[in-house]
Design a protein. Structure first.
Ligand SMILES: [Zn+2]
Length: 216
């Protein structure tokens, strides 16, 4: 997962205040929710759900973690807001400023790729759960996050297609209870059988036509 972390002590002395990136979660946005296994429809299969399910809880057939959008409380620097991460992936929005991550001149999208948030599929394609970072925000991201500066590379991609999710996984327990079995497990949008026992936390996209770029 790519997040901007708190600045190091030297960066903290900088007169420039650190922006809270668009995709970062805030403490006031958390929602406590119970999960259980039940039939979503009378003739459907038993699957993971909330006690009070709403149509908006499912996306692409997978139950998604509920979260508010108020940005109240304290920023949780190592957590992403599920809905803003999702929106950034679907619309190609910059994870820092929330504006488009697409280069208006070339139509390509900018990405800061890290080892932990990327799995190569071919020489110029791969899966990532990190949203784009626009050229204007890339220098700031690298300046404030020592890990990112050390273990990342800047790419543009010709396209980004939704591929799956990172999810918490569950198995049914006694009386329809949900027993937690895994965290941040990749589940593809074509893996229908596994989707019934997943709670989606982040969207994963497949980047195609990737090209290594200099830092803008
Ligand atoms: Zn930006």
């Amino acid at each position: 997962m790519t997040t901007l972390q708190r600045p190091s002590s030297s960066a903290a002395e900088s007169p420039t205040p650190l922006r809270v990136p668009y995709v970062i979660a805030w403490s006031g946005e958390a929602i406590e929710h119970r999960l259980l296994f039940a039939k979503r429809h009378p003739f459907g299969d038993v699957r993971l759900t909330y006690p009070d399910p709403r149509p908006s809880d499912w996306t692409c057939g997978i139950l998604r973690a509920r979260i508010r959008q108020n940005r109240r409380g304290q920023p949780l620097w190592r957590m992403l807001n599920v809905r803003r991460q999702w929106l950034a992936m679907l619309r190609g929005l910059c994870q820092v400023c929330g504006k488009t991550g697409r280069d208006p001149r070339t139509g390509r999208m900018w990405w800061v790729i890290t080892e932990t948030a990327f799995r190569a599929m071919s020489q110029d394609s791969g899966l990532t759960n990190a949203p784009p970072t626009c050229p204007a925000c890339i220098p700031e991201s690298l300046a404030y996050c020592p890990q990112l500066r050390k273990n990342s590379a800047v790419y543009t991609a010709a396209g980004a297609q939704p591929a799956g999710v990172l999810a918490d996984t569950f198995t049914p327990g006694p009386g329809g209870t949900a027993i937690h079995t895994g965290h941040n497990v990749y589940v593809g949008f074509d893996e229908f059988a596994r989707q019934a026992s997943c709670l989606a936390l982040q969207m994963v996209v497949r980047l195609d036509g990737m090209r290594l770029e200099p830092i803008p």
